[in-house]
Design a protein around this ligand. Sequence first.
Ligand SMILES: Cc1cc2nc3c(=O)[nH]c(=O)nc-3n(C[C@H](O)[C@H](O)[C@H](O)COP(=O)(O)OP(=O)(O)OC[C@H]3O[C@@H](n4cnc5c(N)ncnc54)[C@H](O)[C@@H]3O)c2cc1C
Length: 403
Amino acid sequence: MDIFHDNPMLAGVRQMLGAFARQQIRPIAAHHDREESMPWALMKMAQGFGMTQTAVVDGRKALTGKDEDEGDAKKPKSQARLGVAGSEELAYGCAGICLAIGGSGLAASPVARMGTEEQKQEFRRLLKGEDEHGHIKVAAMALSEPATGSDISGLATTARPDGDHFVIDGHKQWITNGASAAVYVVWANTDPSAGRAGVRGFLVARGTPGLVPGRKETKLGIRASETAQVHFEGCRVHKDMMLGIGQSSEGLGDTKKMLDSTRPMVGAQAVGIARAAFDYLVERVQGGTMHGTPLAHHQRVAFELAEMEMEIQAARALVHKAAWMADHHLDNVRMASIAKAYGAKVAQDVTSRALTLLGEEALEPGHPVEKWYRDAKIYDIFEGTGQIQRRIIARSIFGVNPT
Ligand SMILES: Cc1cc2nc3c(=O)[nH]c(=O)nc-3n(C[C@H](O)[C@H](O)[C@H](O)COP(=O)(O)OP(=O)(O)OC[C@H]3O[C@@H](n4cnc5c(N)ncnc54)[C@H](O)[C@@H]3O)c2cc1C
């Protein structure tokens, strides 16, 4: 039974994206992994199906064509559950392509949470149409720096006030869509003497003098998603483009709130990778024999798959709980970290066990299990490493940061 059997809208979206993953994503996954190229044609097709780059700002309307619960902020929503259901399905096709389709959501998330109506309109305007290569336009969220990944309190990028503008200087690294983005949400300190409280997000359009997209990184997995450096060299941005205008800002804390809404989706992508490897194994085991006996009759093999199924079901339940809490306006900090960390752990465990079961054939470059194994590792690193998630969980239990 589908986890969404009592919610036809969510079940329908999940079914549609599952079919899209199998029919459109999976056949091109190995090519884009090998070439480390973004699947621009498929991204355009996905946009046509409602997977728009502004989906997070537009809300549920993007995929279903309907506005959700307008006028009643307290009513439960379904956007977070839509996000996790869709993320699992797309990553089942290919995690890198899933991120290529949905990576703009990282930038859209703070715009949706902290942007004024004008900033949301500007974000939509900058993502309209196609670029000079005929590609759809994408967005990037630039927080990490060469010396600042987990410990974002060490942010060195500054935004110096200058009349009606801020002047941004600094270097960002490991930025999804960093080389191609039409718009960036960049995090910088407006008042280094205030420390964490001075950190703000800014909307910066491609082509703004002083914004220099940098080197594209080569990486182990999710290679269909672009990751690059971005440099800011005296980049002047109007003060109206600072996020959080007219709201009480928690400075650096604003970036953490943004991650609470994206972490369940990242956990769901990891579940998608694990399920891809699991389904591949089930098919192989059903069709195979060892010493004349069907493989499925061998306890050693069958127990391995039973163990994987337990882990995958548990990880999926956790990401859905974290998303359900977000949809019901409940504080999900602990659950978002649990879901993300456990999803990453399961993806690594299942793909690693799958490699062991299949043996040397799965070590061949281009073998699907070899690719899923590489893709899975990144889920333990980005959006907060496994250790950082454990710190958040421990702090929520004991009220102190473990040292
Ligand atoms: C594919 C990819 C895409 C990315 N996309 C983006 C993006 O779009 N935007 C963006 O801003 N960033 C992005 N990142 C950056 C990502 O968020 C960082 O890589 C991540 O936060 C980890 O930072 P780091 O790599 O500098 O590792 P470090 O912070 O240097 O950590 C190194 C090791 O030390 C451990 N560690 C660090 N601090 C502690 C602690 N206090 N307690 C225990 N252990 C600790 C970590 O867990 C890790 O094992 C991306 C990264 C990747 C790989």
